[in-house]
Design a protein around this ligand. Sequence first.
Ligand SMILES: Cc1ncc(COP(=O)(O)O)c(C=O)c1O
Length: 379
Amino acid sequence: MGFSTDAIHVGQEPDPLTGAVVAPIYQTSTYVCESLGKTKGYDYARTTHPNRMALERTVAKLEGGKSAYVFTSGMAAIDAVFRLLRPGNHTVLPRALYGGTFRLASQLLADFGLQFSYVDTSNLDEVEQAIKPSTRMIYVETPSNPTMIVTDLAAVAALARNRNLTLVVDNTFLSPYLQQPIALGAHIVIHSMTKYLNGHSDCIGGAVVLTRSEDAEKVYFLQRAAGAGLAPMDCFLISRGIKTLAVRMDRHDSNGMTVAKFLEAHRKVERVLYPGLSSHPQHELAKRQQRGFGAMITFDLGSLDAARTLLNHLHLCSLAESLGGVEMLISHPASMTHSSMPPEVRKENGITDGMVRLSAGIEDIEDLIADLDQALAKV
Ligand SMILES: Cc1ncc(COP(=O)(O)O)c(C=O)c1O
């Protein structure tokens, strides 16, 4: 079936007990045993529950994976993937990386003996040179948060295959509708489902999508043993959100392109980073490996003062962490999403104080542009 049909039907079948078109929320912590050692397939909601199993089937299908496991946040999903490693194992990470992932690696996992190198993953030579005998994993975020660097997934996947390494891709910024890392050779895909998969800014969740049964067994064990599996209500909300993923992404994509072109033409804006613009250094690669360019746009106003003025004068667009919801959100990476990166690391990664990151919503495009236009006039 096509993507939209799968998004609406896989894992979203009518409830077999009652015929309800939308399966109920199984808001229970435990399940009664029919007799000692005999259950109906569920025993305790930390282990799993029907809403979680349903969402996991949907996400696995949409990403083209064998299986998926959903967690209480994108960070819990990323943490689960790193726990496939052992002390002493090394991972190649992008320098341009979501601040929370950088914090997890550098401030938490490093204390448990995991080793990381940070490189520009859009430069294959840099990735290759960072590989050591202890390397087990290459981790990529494309496009990267917030610098919108695009990594050639097929090329990195070929390198990972040759060197017997696991390729992990954070596909949060595009969703499976606009980018399919597994089809390009990735072994594992992770998502902050808080973003486009849910799409309505009303819950937090993460997913790990797997292609190998040995990884799946370990991640499922971890989900049960460490207890960060997603709760029934949150699974229900994300399953509902996913039904409209394709139509939302089409609108996000077209609004994103219009906003990016508007910003690029505006004299107060110094630079726009959006892979859909021909000025983006990896525009051709993005065209090749993505089905669209999405709605994440980063632009530079040249100074913290200018960024502050813009952010404080928007009316429709909300100044908030997060992205990927139906409403337009805007943030200041240096002081918000990437504040856990030391200033010198931010500088190295091209995250300036004048940078603003915008998540174009699916509102009427004229209203989004009008709001940005009036706020830019104050800069
Ligand atoms: C690219 C990316 N990956 C992972 C995460 C972490 O997800 P969560 O906030 O759901 O834990 C985020 C959050 O903003 C993100 O932008």
